[in-house]
Ligand binder design. Structure first.
Ligand SMILES: C[S@@+](CC[C@H](N)C(=O)[O-])C[C@H]1O[C@@H](n2cnc3c(N)ncnc32)[C@H](O)[C@@H]1O
Length: 212
């Protein structure tokens, strides 16, 4: 596993700092369902497998779904516990040779330019300041004819009060970062989450775009 480390202060007010994520993962044997996120299944099922990057891959369900369909996938996350779990799942599924895990923060990991046929990120919820750096970086990592998929929870008042409202972004505002001469926006809007998939957040904001 590659490592890119960065010191982050413990910030229990948002629960978005590194230590809080490690605590969350350490407090349960699995935080997530292990199923692919529906916007990825909808957006990638018809794509020709190539190289993919999943930013904030957590326990690796999306990485393994892609790898199982023939993609070579890099999963980036800063949680050691989550990535160890992801690697175990990959081994159990016989997919170790199709996946690579990178431990580090999206704040200081620089993905290679134009290297991936798919760059996907689900539920990262960076601050507006972090997003202003991250989104152009992820867009630049997409190869010509490749896909960018960005998914976040829809605005939720109670979560916004705890996390900070700027951690929520509408898909249209993500689309606005992309140069229309270089990108075709295929989906930019709110999508209901299937019943039973995280009832606290009924809607996802989904941006799917194809690089020309
Ligand atoms: C809500 S979870 C989503 C996990 C996975 N994408 C999924 O949908 O199941 C957000 C993930 O982003 C990771 N994360 C948050 N901030 C990060 C950062 N600065 N750098 C790398 N990973 C980060 C967390 O460790 C966590 O695994």
């Amino acid at each position: 596993m590659q490592q890119h480390q960065h010191d982050h202060e413990h910030d229990p007010s948002t629960g978005h700092d590194h230590a809080s994520w490690e605590e969350r993962y350490g407090s349960a044997t699995a935080l997530w369902s292990g199923r692919v996120n529906p916007p990825l299944a909808a957006g990638a099922a018809d794509l020709t497998p190539g190289r993919a990057l999943d930013v904030g891959c957590g326990e690796g369900a999306d990485v393994l779904w892609l790898a199982g369909r023939g993609w070579r996938v890099t999963g980036l996350d800063w949680s050691e516990v989550a990535l160890a779990r992801a690697a175990e799942h990959a081994a159990a599924a016989g997919l170790t040779d199709r996946v690579e895990w990178v431990r580090g923060s999206f704040e200081d990991w620089q993905p290679p330019v134009a290297a991936y046929d798919l760059v996907t990120a689900h539920f990262l919820h960076p601050t507006a300041e972090q997003r202003a750096v991250l989104l152009p970086r992820l867009a630049a990592a997409v190869a010509p004819s490749g896909t960018l998929l960005w998914v976040g929870h829809g605005y939720h008042e109670e979560a916004a009060a705890r996390w900070g409202a700027d951690r929520f972004v509408a898909a249209a505002d993500v689309a606005a970062v992309l140069d229309p001469g270089e990108w075709e926006v295929l989906v930019a809007g709110s999508r209901p989450r299937p019943a039973g998939e995280d009832g606290h957040h009924p809607d996802d904001e989904v941006l799917r775009a194809r690089r020309r």
